[in-house]
Design a protein. Structure first.
Length: 126
């Protein structure tokens, strides 16, 4: 996101969020809280996972058209724990799993990640 929208890590966090918002982007995690010893998603203790209220989010912001997941774990948790709650509402929203931007995801090079994440920018230009 930093490369695509000129919101690199050299900016303070609040400034990055402000710039993304100006571009029409909001950031929200699937998980509101969880136990995770270490930094890898695979370390998340499933029984401790609490999910954010996407029903309320989508109800309060009906203009949301796209949801992009930063990696497989976020997409999987959304599919398992959020979609059943939505019960077919908000069918206008498109969902897409993108490769994790984490440095731990070394199986995909930066250029490939950037190329795949460019779909966010393309969606906003439509």
């Amino acid at each position: 996101m930093g490369e695509l929208f000129d919101v690199g890590s050299e900016l303070e966090y609040d400034k990055r969020i402000q710039r993304l918002s100006q571009c029409g982007i909001a950031l929200w995690d699937v998980v509101s809280s969880a136990e995770r010893p270490g930094s890898l998603d695979s370390s998340i203790v499933e029984a401790s996972v609490e999910i954010n209220d996407f029903y309320k989010l989508f109800k309060n912001y009906p203009h949301i058209q796209f949801v992009y997941f930063n990696g497989a774990k976020a997409a999987k948790l959304f599919e398992q724990r959020v979609l059943p709650i939505l019960k077919g509402d908000f069918e206008q929203i498109c969902y897409e799993r993108l490769p994790s931007t984490s440095p731990a995801n070394a199986a995909i090079c930066f250029e490939e990640k950037l190329s795949r994440w460019s779909s966010v920018k393309l969606a906003l230009e439509r």
